[in-house]
Design a binder for this molecule. Structure first.
Ligand code: CMC
Length: 452
């Protein structure tokens, strides 16, 4: 390098005409050609890569990003996460403030409308949702058809998909009025479907919604109420459930949000798209992790056995469920709040005996090099199961308790996708590495491989 000219790093931004241009210059070493790609909001457009070609017949360059590790699929204004700093905000409001000061229904309004409601708006919103908590009697019959030990998530996926057959107006997805109505219906009916699925598993009669109770109180009544006695939800448990609902309401572009956007991009009705999102949530790597985390704590069995379990995790034999996150590389801020709620519930219901095992797992993991190096911290699902169990929920209900509040987030993501003029039907590309053309062989021409 010429000693008189400053190195690239020595150049001040303002002196450097390229840096000032908000663009990325890429040189294709196969052809020696350079391309200037505009940078907007810290990203380049993947379609701008298509101009990079070997010759005019070439399809053009693509980016390869299995499981979307570094691909923004949308522009969103709903939820913000800074995974390194452990920050989560809905519409700009820190999750800690919402958990302390808001209610689930108010937070759901915020997610869907972008602003906190006024007193009149909140009253109207709450009235509409409680007006739509009943489900058609035919859905009840349909739920009755499930086997007594059917997993409630399977029942919920099916029942929500079935709602599309009752509300034909839901197809009118570009009508703001129709979207609003389906939103009331879906947020209103999710607790009812969840509770009816649970009561079915016990062979107990369904308890109908009670609009005099709040959103979490009504759910507790439908789950645990018995005939003849007026059920009064305990305010501590009702509050704990409401806080958990706030924490679970949205989480930007996770697997199920991406699913509702992807399925919804075909312009199917919101019930079908939400059913797909619930299915995505059911998986043990996503919302099913709270159930799996509790199974794991049971399997560990005692504090003394934690070190051996951690050894198995490090050997790659199993996973520490409720740990790790694609985005959080710091303590999940929801897990911190949940730990506090857990103690409020334990003070009332007695300490969950599995808590000591969970705390020991966390203590060892936070000090162990394996977890520290990989930045694996407890996520939202590590402690929720302990709270739900202490509140009397069976394990199979845990992912259902995640799906109920996430419905508002899914619908906010769905609506944002529909109204975004840049969004089209989701259709990723692939890199095909399979066979080139080959010709059909009749069955007598095909030979078993030796030893098969
Ligand atoms: N236990 C042990 N090792 C883990 C764990 C875990 N829970 N999570 C990640 N790792 C290891 C993983 O084996 C890999 O190691 P290596 O680099 O040696 O191959 C490294 O950490 C990076 O993990 P990854 O699988 O590449 O990370 P990912 O971003 O693809 O997966 C995850 C994220 C949440 C699926 C994963 O951490 C996991 O499976 N956790 C357990 C399930 C769980 O708790 N899920 C709930 C997520 S939060 C609620 C929600 O949003 O649904």
């Amino acid at each position: 390098m010429d000693s008189a000219s400053p190195s690239a790093t020595q150049l001040k931004k303002s002196d450097d005409p390229v840096a000032a241009r908000q663009s990325l210059t890429v040189t294709d070493n196969r052809t020696g050609k350079s391309y200037e790609l505009p940078i907007t909001n810290g990203a380049i457009r993947a379609s701008d890569l298509r101009q990079i070609k070997l010759d005019p017949a070439d399809f053009g360059m693509m980016s390869y990003d299995p499981s979307f590790n570094n691909t923004a699929s949308c522009i969103s204004r709903v939820t913000y996460i800074d995974g390194d700093a452990g920050i989560l905000r809905y519409r700009g409001y820190p999750i800690e403030e919402l958990a302390e000061k808001s209610t689930y229904l108010e937070t759901a309004y915020l997610l869907l409308h972008g602003e906190l409601p006024t007193a009149t708006q909140l009253k109207d919103w709450t009235n509409h949702i409680s007006h739509h908590t009943f489900i058609h009697e035919s859905i009840k019959k349909f739920l009755d058809g499930f086997h007594y030990d059917a997993h409630p998530m399977g029942m919920m996926i099916s029942a929500v998909a079935a709602l599309s057959t009752f509300y034909h107006d839901a197809k009118d997805i570009f009508s703001a009025e129709s979207r609003q109505l389906q939103t009331y219906r879906m947020i209103g009916k999710m607790p009812t479907i969840a509770a009816f699925s649970y009561r079915h598993s016990l062979g107990m009669p369904f308890v109908y919604p009670d609009s005099e109770l709040g959103y979490p109180g009504n759910l507790l009544n439908m789950l645990f109420g018995t005939t003849g006695v007026r059920y009064r939800p305990n305010p501590t448990l009702e509050h704990a459930l409401d806080v958990l609902f706030i924490l679970h309401a949205d989480h930007e572009q996770n697997c199920s949000a991406n699913t509702i956007r992807g399925v919804g991009s075909s312009h199917v009705d919101p019930y079908s798209a939400t059913a797909a999102a619930i299915a995505a949530l059911y998986g043990p790597l996503h919302g099913g992790a709270n159930e799996e985390a509790l199974h794991m704590l049971h399997e560990i069995g005692s504090v003394q056995k934690v070190p051996d379990f951690i050894r198995r995790v490090k050997a790659g034999e199993t996973k520490l469920m409720g740990f790790g996150h694609r985005v959080y590389k710091n303590y999940d801020p929801r897990a911190r709040i949940i730990k506090r709620v857990a103690y409020e519930v334990f003070d009332l219901m007695g300490k969950n005996p599995l808590l000591e095992i969970a705390l020991e797992c966390e203590r060892i993991a936070l000090e162990d090099d394996y977890f520290v190096k990989r930045k694996l911290y407890p996520n939202v699902d590590f402690y929720t199961g302990l709270i739900y169990q202490s509140m009397g929920f069976p394990m199979s209900m845990f992912p259902v308790l995640f799906a109920i509040p996430r419905t508002s987030g899914w619908l906010a993501q769905w609506q944002e996708m529909l109204l975004d003029p840049e969004q089209k039907i989701a259709r990723p590309r692939q890199i095909y590495l399979g066979y080139d053309t080959r010709h059909y062989q009749t069955i007598d021409q095909r030979k078993d491989a030796p030893g098969a």
